[in-house]
Design a protein around this ligand. Structure first.
Ligand SMILES: NC(=O)c1ccc[n+]([C@@H]2O[C@H](COP(=O)([O-])OP(=O)(O)OC[C@H]3O[C@@H](n4cnc5c(N)ncnc54)[C@H](O)[C@@H]3O)[C@@H](O)[C@H]2O)c1
Ligand SMILES: O=c1ccn([C@@H]2O[C@H](COP(=O)(O)OP(=O)(O)O[C@H]3O[C@H](CO)[C@@H](O)[C@H](O)[C@H]3O)[C@@H](O)[C@H]2O)c(=O)[nH]1
Length: 441
């Protein structure tokens, strides 16, 4: 089918590339000329494993196109996906300016029947509103169907997720729209769940809110583990064996970040609030997450009488491994707090440094290897569990005069740290200094 995708952020680009890969004729349109120029030259604007290769393959083999022209993108399209951002408003609500503008852009350029598919995460009721906006702005009286088709990809494994997702949600109200979506998506071979539009919109928010709840829950348990002397890794493994609970998203750490969980949890609280419903549980999830992001600095504070002038290495800046995305990364809060406490902060990330430079405080200095970051430091804080960091030869920490590692992602086994005789504090597990002290009694 002839498909256009509006917006080439994570979702738009991955959607465009994967629809092209399964044989559709795809044109991606974005207002950002620099981005489009890059993609035309085969350069992905995002670091995402496998994306650049698949994008170039589809440019060459399947005629995947990029443009800034609405005329070029919309004139022949049978289906148009909206994948523009829905960022957080100061109130927590989703900002719908970009999706509404995209709807107007579409309405002003279509001259044949079109199915509009919303991939962006939008509050319940938005698709009906978009359909109204489109109908009010049409220059030619053509049939328009609307579909809610929320996206569930995870950054860092976006390509894999597109081809191996657990389900494709299709919210529609006409037989024609369901048929078009089934035709488009059949080659993915992923189970399709058909529902009404409002339920599809809610499935997306409820799914993210549930996953965020799992994370805040396990983080609370990890804090209690530290108090009672249990080990969160063992607790999560034992819990996850119960298929009703499931082992995924039970990794304790420094809270969730990224472009989705923080904003979508707040947006759902707001959606409920619009109907005077107080979503107490989700408010708890959000406040636990805020508290959890402070856990590392609190642990560090307990190791020193003052952090004034202390040199602290930050290992990992991206909100999760295998992405250069810095949106709502814990590193923002942690570096700000350390600088406020007078520490000298030197940071390393294998991929995200360029993005970090535009986001972190200018006082943060950067290193281009783990070794360079920790040389002469008083402590190293691990914020992102990159493979490179997990696989480090632990002797590298010996470059610190008194090795002290505070790990927000539980990258190393307690036994290995004990053997390396490195003071090691992690999440929900006994501290290695205590183990060394107890063993030598
Ligand atoms: N990032 C993810 O992993 C992810 C996963 C699932 C769902 N989502 C949802 O998908 C949506 C997009 O997220 P993202 O991270 O890809 O967004 P993004 O903000 O990174 O990218 C959006 C792109 O849309 C472009 N744009 C804005 N208005 C436009 C217009 N009128 N015409 C053409 N282009 C326009 C921008 O220039 C930008 O390149 C959001 O609603 C988000 O919540 C994101
Ligand atoms: O057990 C876990 C799992 C994740 N996280 C953290 O949670 C955040 C989000 O991680 P993840 O969900 O893997 O990445 P995202 O790319 O943000 O993906 C989420 O948000 C997307 C946007 O809506 C959805 O499409 C995905 O299904 C949903 O997983 C990151 O900070 C992770 O470090 C944990 O702390 N513990």
């Amino acid at each position: 089918m002839k498909i256009s995708v509006v917006g080439t952020g994570y979702v738009g680009l991955v959607t465009g590339v994967s629809l092209s890969e399964i044989g559709h004729q795809v044109t991606c349109v974005d207002l950002n000329e620099k981005k489009i120029e890059k993609m035309k030259r085969g350069i992905s604007p995002i670091y995402e494993p496998g994306l650049s290769e698949l994008m170039n393959k589809n440019i060459l083999e399947n005629g995947l196109k990029f443009t800034t022209s609405h005329v070029e993108a919309f004139k022949d399209a049978e289906v148009i996906y909206i994948a523009v951002g829905t960022p957080e408003e100061p109130s927590g609500a989703a900002n719908l300016d970009y999706v509404e503008q995209a709807a107007i852009d579409i309405a002003r350029h279509i001259a044949r029947p079109v199915t509009i598919v919303t991939k962006s995460t939008v509050p319940v009721g938005t698709n009906h509103k978009l359909l109204q906006i489109i109908k009010q702005n049409l220059l030619h009286p053509v049939r328009v169907d609307i579909v809610s088709n929320p996206e569930f990809l995870k950054e860092g494994s976006a390509i894999y997720d597109s081809f191996h997702g657990d389900r494709i949600i299709i919210g529609a109200e006409t037989g024609h729209a369901f048929k078009v979506m089934e035709t488009i998506n059949k080659p993915f071979g992923i189970p399709i769940y058909k529902t009404d539009i409002k339920s599809a919109e809610m499935i997306k928010y409820a799914s993210n809110a549930f996953l965020a709840t799992k994370i805040s829950f396990i983080n609370e348990i990890s804090n209690i583990c530290e108090l009672v002397g249990a080990n969160i890794e063992n607790v999560a493994a034992g819990m996850g064996m119960d298929q009703r609970i499931g082992g995924q998203f039970l990794k304790a750490g420094i809270g969730y970040g990224g472009s989705c969980f923080p904003k979508d949890t707040k947006a759902l609280i707001q959606i409920a609030g619009d109907f005077e419903y107080d979503f107490k549980l989700l408010k708890g999830v959000v406040s636990v997450n805020k508290k959890q992001q402070r856990v590392l600095v609190n642990k560090l504070k307990q190791c020193f009488s003052s952090l004034q002038g202390k040199k602290i290495a930050i290992l990992g800046l991206a909100f999760k491994p295998n992405t250069d995305d810095m949106r709502e990364a814990a590193s923002i809060q942690v570096t700000n707090e350390l600088l406020n406490l007078g520490a000298d902060v030197i940071a390393y990330d294998p991929i995200a440094i360029d993005n970090a430079k535009g986001i972190l405080d200018p006082l943060v200095r950067y290193a281009y290897s783990v070794e360079e970051a920790i040389a002469g430091c008083d402590a190293a804080l691990i914020l992102t569990e990159w493979d490179e960091i997990k696989r480090l030869d632990l002797s590298v920490f010996r470059q610190m005069e008194q090795p002290l590692v505070i790990d927000g992602r539980n990258c190393y086994s307690l036994d290995a740290m004990k053997e390396a005789r490195i003071e090691y504090h992690s999440i929900g597990r006994p501290s290695v200094i205590e183990i060394i002290e107890t063993a030598s009694l």
